[in-house]
Design a protein around this ligand. Structure first.
Ligand code: EPZ
Length: 447
């Protein structure tokens, strides 16, 4: 009974590593992840499809009637939420096995996105462009998702207004209307991923040509453009900061089959796990061409990364070396990698200075890392991380998707047991993180 007694959090019966919860308490029991200090990781892990691509690919099924088959779909909670949202709008979805999704748009679309779904994920805002572009109106609550402080949508609105949409703000959110969107030249004051995606997906059915300058260039945007082109859209400059979209007639686009690109952030998470716990691992399906900057940073920290035919081989150094870095839009260091790099810096030799340029409020996990014994000071949108010899396991809380995963990874190097709560955040964006890490020999369990 030692463990249960040692861990009042659980207040339940322990059976080896599996916690058997008395049924009565099941409803108000929260799922947690327990990480023990792990030996070196070995073997191979498959990188799943990308959350930040699949959700946008699902939203463009609103653009045209027909059947869409998405493969390499990650088994994550956000996909289920997007399915619920699309169902409420009129697009039916069916899972085929775990990683394939069939979506059917039979033309009965009601362009009203209910708060209950929109509030759960940021990507819900991505139905705005297709709805206004295809149906001339959209009623949407303000999007939710990870709390990084203010996450405005002014660039989305300004871009669609430039194409002739009219916006009203009401108690339930925003209403956008447009007889038919007109092509326009739009220069984004910041290469916003979401704004680029909404303007792009609205422009494919606009009258005339739309040019987006200073467009975001993330691999997920390229994946979206490739699916739109397969549907019949005409887009030039894919992968560059200038996208030129030649509007097509309504009814000229069609359903397609599309394989979602692999998730570069999940790939980076498994590399960080090896870097922190030690070992030698094949990260299958990692796309080095999508991860150049983060691979450079990992290499500067002493991690050895070898491109392979279908991924990367990763081996860890004796001790990591701290680095400085700043988050930037693609191809810079993505802000989504930052919690992983901060966790690595926290047990590295030396001091690293990190600057957050996209979401100044995205430091909420620092407090949790400090509970594990990390030495980190925040100064505005900078963090100074002084590497410590080791972390010490304790109870921590996941504040969002990426930070949650970084706490799991940090726990692999912590002495003792790290218990992570609020793991629904992790489930939103990670496809079986616990199973994939335990497959590499990590001592990680869901309880
Ligand atoms: C996407 O968010 C991703 N989310 C985020 O990943 C990612 O961190 C972010 O891009 C940056 O790479 C999804 O794809 C669902 P932005 P998004 O619009 O589209 C400002 C994860 O963990 N801005 O590029 O919301 C904004 O405040 C998530 O998977 C405006 O000012 O990001 C921020 O400072 C977290 N006005 C910056 O631009 C706008 O209208 C970047 O935001 C829009 C954005």
């Amino acid at each position: 009974m030692a463990l249960a007694q040692k861990n009042p959090i659980f207040g339940c019966i322990s059976w080896g590593k599996r916690y058997l919860l008395p049924l009565r308490e099941h409803t108000d029991c929260v799922m947690q992840i327990v990480v023990e200090h792990s030996e070196a990781l070995r073997g191979e892990v498959q990188v799943p499809g990308a959350k930040n691509s699949v959700l946008k690919l699902m939203a463009v099924t609103l653009l045209a009637e027909g059947e869409y088959r998405l493969t390499n779909v990650p088994d994550i909670a956000d996909v289920d939420t997007m399915c619920d949202l699309l169902r409420a709008l009129g697009v039916q979805s069916k899972k085929v096995g775990t990683h394939e999704l069939v979506l059917t748009n039979s033309g009965n679309i009601t362009p009203v996105a209910p708060f209950e779904f929109v509030d759960r994920i940021r990507a819900s805002i991505n139905v705005l462009g297709p709805l206004v572009g295809r149906y001339g109106s959209a009623d949407i609550a303000m999007p939710g998702g990870d709390d990084f402080g203010s996450r405005p949508i002014d660039l989305h609105v300004a871009g669609l207004e430039a194409m002739g949409a009219r916006f009203e703000l009401n108690k339930d959110g925003i209403r956008a209307t447009a007889k038919r969107l007109q092509g326009a030249s739009i220069e984004l004051k910041f290469p916003s991923v979401g704004a680029t995606e909404n303007i792009l997906t609205a422009a494919v059915l606009a009258n005339g040509v739309t040019v987006i300058d200073n467009a975001a260039r993330e691999p997920e945007i390229v994946d979206l453009c490739n699916m739109l082109v397969a549907m019949g859209a005409q887009i030039e400059g894919i992968g560059t900061s200038r996208l030129v979209i030649h509007g097509s007639k309504k009814g000229s686009l069609r359903g397609v089959r599309h394989a979602v690109i692999n998730d570069r952030v999940q790939a980076a998470t498994y590399i960080a796990a090896v870097a922190i716990a030690g070992g030698d691992v094949q990260v299958r399906g990692a796309r080095p061409e999508h991860m150049e900057m983060v691979i450079n940073k990992y290499t500067q920290m002493g991690v050895s990364i070898y491109p392979q035919r279908d991924g990367l081989r990763v081996t860890a150094p004796e001790r990591l070396t701290a680095i400085d870095f700043a988050t930037l839009p693609y191809p810079g260091i993505a802000t989504d990698y930052k919690p992983l790099l901060v966790a690595m810096n926290s047990i590295s030799s030396g001091v690293g200075i990190v600057t957050e340029n996209l979401f100044p409020g995205r430091f909420r996990y620092i407090e949790e890392l400090c509970k594990l014994g990390a030495d980190i000071r925040i100064d505005g949108h900078h963090a100074v991380i002084k590497g410590v010899d080791h972390l010490i396991g304790t109870a921590v809380t996941a504040p969002d998707i990426r930070a949650g995963a970084a706490l799991v990874v940090a726990g692999l190097a912590a002495h003792g047991e790290t218990v992570i709560s609020e793991i629904h955040h992790i489930d939103r964006g990670y496809d079986d993180l616990v199973g994939r890490l335990s497959g590499l020999g990590a001592d990680v369990t869901r309880v």
